[in-house]
Write a protein that binds this ligand. Sequence first.
Ligand code: MN
Length: 399
Amino acid sequence: MSESQGAYRALFTADVHLSNQLPHSRVEAAGVSVTDRLRDLRAFFARMGEYAHHHKIDHVWILGDFFDRRLLDAVTLKYGQLALRELTSRGCRVHIQGGNHDAYDAAGSHHTVDALAATSPIAKDGAVVVYDRATLAQELAYVEGASYGGLRFCVLPFTQEERAKGVVEEANAAADPSRDVLLIHQTVKGAFTKGWKAPGGLRPSMFDRFRVVLAGHFHTQQVFENGMYLGAPIQHHFADSGELRGFNDITFVKGARKGLAAIKVKLIEDEEMSRFHTLVFEQDRWVIGEIAGTKSSHRIQPGDYVRLVAKGERSVIDKASESAQKVRDQLLAHGVRAAQFRPILSPKMKRRVEVATEEAGAFNWERALVGYVEESGVDAQEQKALLALGRLMLEGGAK
Ligand SMILES: [Mn+2]
């Protein structure tokens, strides 16, 4: 505890999606089973532990989706434990809420993270507390007491939306007025991610009786009426490029204040976890692509991932492709882990058909299909899948 007397300060994160198979991850040498990105994630937790130690913060909250999948491989489980040990070895108590990714089923009746609570030595003396619906006496877990600044935290592990609404409404109706902080891993109506806004979900007005709500599930940090989404601690893939990543240092201000005024949030940016960049071909040069509402203050560093996107007609793509080759070579020489060129040709199906007809002398659907897929701008893996699908359709149509 620091700052004002009685204030509670803790580190918060959500949506870690810990996995040994994160997008673009690689093993560093033959015979090694852990991937580079899983190692990076463990290092991230080490930095978080160091920060907690330096600032004398002894609680860390992970609001859902600590693991990417409910079925774990041994390496992911081991590194999950090691990551948590980076925090517990610094004297932190780690609170882990169940999310949809670590939920056993759609109803969230049990969460994989529950295994961590039973694992020694990280869980020694309750150093790791897991909020899992199957092991809780009630759906909403209450955490309170002097070590929480006298606040009452209401933890709701991920569950079906209708059930979550019911639980919040029950809490609203309860006679006990003490419900300071609600922790959820759900969709809140209006939450957004890259050009998509959730049309349904829990209405923000449902949270009126809580002082403040902290949520996991949407990876872009954002606020809603009296709460906020914490945001993922890392960029998981290219779609995250341009968004800030890190963990949150949150102080709950003592007093009757409500909504976001009740907390002071500081995003502790982690450059090592913000490694994805998109370069866009514009007016004959490559520029960092900014995503609306976010900013990237980072330069491209060794170990980063770079995607070069060119959109337009054949002539633009040809020009971009030529210069992309040079830029890719420079980037790889600079030590980036991956540099991929992604041409997005304005689709001209008619032209493809015409070309196929001209070349073959007679129209050939298969050639038209192959040509179209090759120019569609998707990566090799997707190309293969598209072709397989196309062939299946052709065969089906021929019968
Ligand atoms: Mn989620």
